[in-house]
Design a protein around this ligand. Structure first.
Ligand SMILES: [Zn+2]
Length: 251
């Protein structure tokens, strides 16, 4: 993984403005993994994708995360601070760091009299089900990820499964790919209510990059107006040198 240049990150951000959250996450990965095809990135299990997004976040903004959450019980806003290392899971699935080719495995589950084989959902799955508006998303995802379902040796369709079995599969899938769902154990300082809040690294990093991009364009605007420099030249400067010129421009 390489840290994207300011120009490349701005390009990914600009493209991402018109994209769905899932596609945006892939645009960010394209910027830091330029040798890997989009299809390959989209085929990563969500947890593996999020592992790469965490690495990108660390290379751009460091390991410390400061987020805000809201108590579901009393509505109190609370500051949440943690380190990215605290939310990193060791994946049972392995990946080739150069090619991003995952060595995924089939997962098996026996529940409610059914024998189920499935694979972990990927960004491709999320992109496809987001365009299928005639079917419930959870069922659409299962139809794509269940590779074999049998009851007493007889094949069964995903849409014929009882709700309890669907719930058991969803839970097993989440356990099999823990990095896909980062949960933070929080306690409200106001009312002592305790809950698990989801931390969505894709959405969080996108918001950070969105704020960064707007700051960066403002800096380009100030320097271009003051010195007449080209956008490409300003973006090619180190952040430190850009900051010094900005201070000089404002004196
Ligand atoms: Zn509370």
């Amino acid at each position: 993984m390489q840290t994207p240049s300011a120009a490349d990150l701005l390009l990914a951000w600009e493209r991402g403005l018109d994209q769905s959250p899932t596609r945006r996450a892939l645009s960010l990965l394209e910027a830091c993994l330029p040798g890997v095809t989009l299809d390959r990135l989209a085929a990563l299990p969500i947890g593996m994708r999020d592992t790469q997004l965490l690495r990108l976040r660390e290379s751009l903004f460091g390991n410390s995360v400061a987020a805000v959450s809201e108590c579901p019980d009393c509505g109190e806003r609370l500051d949440v601070a943690f380190n990215t290392n605290d939310v990193r899971h060791m994946s049972v699935e392995k990946i080739d760091a150069e090619t991003m080719e995952p060595q995924t495995q089939a997962h098996q589950l026996h529940t409610g009299g059914y024998d189920i084989t499935y694979r972990i959902p990927t960004s491709s799955d999320l992109l496809v089900i987001s365009t299928a508006d005639d079917i419930e998303p959870q069922l659409a995802l299962l139809q794509r990820c269940l590779t074999e379902v049998q009851q007493n040796g007889i094949p069964v369709q995903a849409n014929a499964l009882p709700d309890s079995v669907i719930a058991a599969i969803s839970k097993d899938m989440a356990n099999a790919d823990p990095q896909a769902q980062i949960e933070l154990g929080l306690v409200c300082p106001e009312c002592s209510y305790a809950w698990n809040a989801l931390f969505d690294i894709a959405a969080f990093l996108w918001n950070e990059i969105h704020a960064w991009a707007k700051r960066m364009l403002h800096e380009v605007h100030t320097l271009a107006r003051t010195y007449g420099w080209r956008e490409a030249d300003i973006l090619a400067m180190s952040a430190r040198r850009r900051q010094i010129y900005l201070e000089l421009a404002q004196t």
